[in-house]
Ligand binder design. Structure first.
Ligand code: SF4
Length: 367
């Protein structure tokens, strides 16, 4: 049997962007429908331009399940490639150009901490406790499987309120992880506004740092996690904008802290942000609270219509982990594919795949 060795990334690291773009285009032309490249909205422009399909996590997770290409390269972060692997067909392979492209929010919850929280909740609420576990799609596959096994579900920023409504219809309470802000905003949308309705569960403290009474009264327990990019946006940024441009509009992603969402005119997923600004009247002004690459792209796209789109924070906040996927890594991966070699394949263990798929399909069925 002939041993095929993979190309070394070191041979690509110092190549120019220009050269890498040429290699990527050449490989794509040669691989044809064998390869589909998915690009998340937050992806840097020099990589995003090579994507065949583009969108947010929900759209891409649906598309990943519909494509017939044997190879799916996900220009996003690790959990997104896992979702592609879970949702794909038997013969399909999910690939991530750089394995270091993780998600800091996803890393804020892991199976051992969630298991511990679950057991601590049982010690207060009883073995047969009435709690629906909901994990944001920004989480590891084993947490999606955890939810699938316990009649729980996955949500995205597009459908979180609907999923939380569903969760509360099934059981008395929700354990929502790992993003406290998305959980809080979704609960608030459903009218959970009393101080006792939603409590933050700190996974590093015994009983989440809560009293038995607080746990019993809460409808939603919010895991103490956040996105390091979206937490940079502050209410002061909105106040300054409104003072300068009273006629302007403010739109934010629900991963932003509550005060930012509350003071925004519109709140929604990246897909919603793009569609809302696209549908707006010409010559309008927008302040946008989400990742920088997306905001720059929207600003560029709608400039010809006289729309002015500004980034919410005065400091640069881009998804630095997704930014690790550059033309050099993508060129290295597609050239390996041309040789018939898979590098950085993402394989979710079979033991997690089935139940993670159950939790994802539950979500898709109510989306
Ligand atoms: S923007 Fe935040 S939540 Fe989204 S992938 Fe990057 S770190 Fe994760």
């Amino acid at each position: 049997m002939e041993l095929v060795t993979s190309r070394d990334f070191l041979d690509y690291r110092d190549r120019s962007d220009e050269e890498c773009h040429g290699l990527i285009k050449r490989a794509k032309a040669s691989l044809g429908e064998d390869l589909v490249i998915l690009g998340h909205h937050y992806q840097r422009a020099d990589v995003y331009q090579h994507a065949d399909l583009r969108g947010d996590s929900l759209k891409l997770s649906k598309l990943a399940s519909q494509t017939n290409s044997e190879h799916i390269i996900f220009c996003g972060v690790h959990f997104m490639a896992e979702v592609a692997d879970i949702m794909s067909k038997q013969n399909q392979k999910a690939l991530l150009p750089d394995l270091a492209a993780g998600c800091s929010m996803a890393d804020m919850a892991n199976l051992s901490k969630v298991n511990r929280a679950w057991n601590e909740l049982k010690s207060v609420l009883g073995e047969e406790m009435s709690v629906t576990p909901i994990t944001y799609i920004n989480s590891a596959a084993d947490l999606k499987a955890f939810c699938g096994e316990r009649d729980g579900i996955v949500c995205t920023s597009s459908n979180a309120s609907r999923v939380v409504t569903w969760g509360l219809a099934q059981r008395e309470k929700i354990l929502f992880f790992p993003d406290q802000h998305l959980g809080r905003w979704s609960g608030h949308q459903l009218g959970l506004i009393n101080e006792t309705d939603m409590k933050v569960w700190d996974p590093d403290l015994w009983m989440g740092g809560l009293t038995e009474e607080e746990i019993k009264k809460a409808k939603i327990l919010l895991w103490k996690g956040h996105c390091s990019v979206h937490q940079m946006f502050q209410p002061e940024h909105i106040a300054r904008f409104r003072e300068k441009y009273p006629e302007g509009h403010v739109i934010s992603h629900p991963e932003c802290r509550f005060e930012v969402c509350d003071q925004s005119d519109f709140v929604g997923s990246t897909e919603y942000i793009v569609q809302t600004i696209a549908a707006a009247k010409p010559n309008t002004r927008w302040l946008v609270g989400t990742e920088l690459n997306l905001v720059n792209r929207i600003a560029e796209e709608f400039r010809p219509e006289g729309k002015v789109v500004e980034f919410m924070s005065p400091v640069v906040c881009m998804c630095s982990t997704m930014n690790r996927i550059d033309p050099q890594h993508l060129a290295w991966q597609v050239e390996n594919l041309l040789d018939g070699t898979l590098v950085n394949q993402i394989c979710v263990p079979e033991s997690d795949k089935g139940m993670a798929r159950v939790a994802l399909e539950r979500m898709l069925s109510i989306s």
